[in-house]
Design a protein around this ligand. Structure first.
Ligand code: SDX
Length: 424
């Protein structure tokens, strides 16, 4: 708290300071004192909550999880360790990490009846449609972890969601290609287990490629949490009504699916394929700048980052590692590199501070590993689940939390009397 205040009319509003980042003006009593609402569609200037999980400095391209820079976590940590950090606030000891990983591995199986849910979908159903449906349906199976007032049940539900997302996502992929589901194999790592459930078949053993395993684990780290983004805010708002955690995460999955948010990784790779070769890049850059053309460069720009998304930096390095290990080259990566180079030297993108974001390169790697484009956002949801449940737990355990209920600027008709149809 600073001693500064913001004076509006006859009233002062306290200015609050966090440990780092912009101060906030506490306007919780603004309507009661003034009879007016503040107005901020898209919440570009609104702090919706207090949080200690993730800090982003968009101008400096900084991303910290519980104080640790994303570059250090991506390079030195693991997704299980980052999950523990987000949920518990500190890096675990080796014993704590082993216990946490063991706990998660013991929740990787789904209730057997949930497998029948998949058979109700068309084989060409988008994996995100399946994820929304199946994750929401978990509420119907795990009643012993839906009492949100019980911290023990909240943690079990959190562990179940983190553990089951890879199984649910892998089953969505298997269903789409008509192959049998594989059960989890818990002597594998979290990410290795997911790779085997996705690409393994009952007919032969599946060997996890350690370079691919490490690259995918790093991609999961990069997607784990990201402050109060659209899907996290959706999870918080759903949770503020007291909805059970499975329903809240299903709501977050639905929001993440949009092409302006998590769906951008799928859209970015589709765009790179549509561009096809470097000679066509100028045509697409021109379209992105044309106000009369709704086309945007997918994977570019960000509400918060007005500098390079630090996750995109790590992602580009990871592309090079995976391509070298798999001895693959993909002209689409060349298109991505040249598109980035041309856009970053174009006055339009410089002036609007549009840089590649986390979604720009992720599709190139995921495609090289063997995932179809339609699975990209499902992988984003898989990784973001730990951020969603950590943010949800933080909100539920906040004594000040209450149901979220924004107001509006009403511009519709004022009161008028009903006119019977015969007199219209
Ligand atoms: C994610 O919030 C998060 O943290 C999200 C995320 C996470 O980890 O949770 O980081 C994940 O969602 C990353 C973003 C993925 N989305 C895309 O890549 C889709 C393409 N990008 C955009 O649609 C856009 O940049 C947004 C939605 C990401 C951000 O939009 P803003 O901040 O609301 O900015 P804006 O739409 O008001 O655009 C500002 C200007 C506009 O021009 P003017 O109207 O001012 O003339 O920049 C232009 C826009 O037209 N612009 C683009 C552009 N993005 C913005 N022009 C061309 N190509 C683009 N990609």
């Amino acid at each position: 708290m600073t001693d500064a205040t913001l004076k509006i009319g006859d009233h002062d509003y306290p200015v609050l300071s966090g440990s780092v980042g912009p101060d906030v003006v506490d306007i919780r009593k603004f309507y009661a004192k003034t009879g007016m609402f503040t107005y901020d569609p898209g919440f570009t200037s609104t702090g919706s909550c207090e949080s200690g999980l993730t800090y982003i400095d968009g101008d400096e391209g900084v991303l910290l999880h519980r104080g640790y820079p994303i570059g250090q976590l991506a390079e030195q940590s693991s997704f299980m360790e980052v999950s523990y950090l987000l949920l518990n606030g500190e890096l675990p000891s080796k014993d704590e990490l082993d216990k946490f990983s063991y706990t998660i591995s013991r929740h990787t199986m789904l209730h057997e009846q949930l497998a029948t849910f998949y058979r109700g979908f068309r084989r060409d159903a988008h994996p995100m449609a399946i994820m929304c449906g199946v994750v929401g349906a978990l509420s119907a199976f795990y009643h012993d972890s839906t009492d949100i007032t019980d911290p023990q049940q909240r943690m079990i539900a959190s562990h179940r969601l983190i553990a089951k997302m890879p199984t649910i996502a892998a089953m969505a992929y298997k269903y789409s290609v008509g192959q049998p589901f594989l059960y989890p194999q818990n002597d594998l790592s979290y990410t290795g287990n997911f790779l085997r459930m996705t690409f393994g078949v009952p007919a032969e053993p599946y060997l996890v490629n350690p370079v691919v395993e490490k690259a995918l684990d790093r991609i999961f780290i990069l997607h784990a949490d990201h402050e109060q983004n659209a899907s996290t805010s959706t999870v918080r708002l759903a949770g503020s009504s007291g909805a059970n955690p499975f329903a809240c995460i299903a709501a977050g999955i639905a929001c993440l699916w949009g092409p302006a948010h998590g769906g951008a990784n799928e859209a970015a790779l589709n765009m790179l394929h549509e561009i096809g070769r470097p000679e066509r890049i100028p045509e697409f850059i021109a379209r992105a700048k044309d106000k009369n053309d709704p086309f945007r460069l997918m994977g570019f720009g960000h509400r918060v980052y007005k500098n390079y998304d630090p996750r995109a930096t790590v992602m580009q390095q990871t592309v090079r590692e995976v391509f070298k290990e798999l001895n693959v080259s993909n002209p689409v990566f060349e298109v991505a590199l040249q598109l980035e180079e041309m856009a970053l030297n174009d006055p339009y993108f410089i002036e609007k501070k549009l840089f590649p974001n986390v979604d720009f390169y992720s599709g190139v790697i995921l495609s090289a590993i063997g995932f179809p484009t339609t699975m990209f956002t499902a992988l984003f949801a898989l990784a973001r689940t730990v951020g969603w449940v950590a943010q949800w737990n933080e909100m539920i355990s906040d004594p000040e939390q209450k149901i979220g209920r924004p107001r509006q600027l009403y511009t519709g008709p004022t009161q008028r009397d009903y006119v019977p149809v015969g007199q219209r």
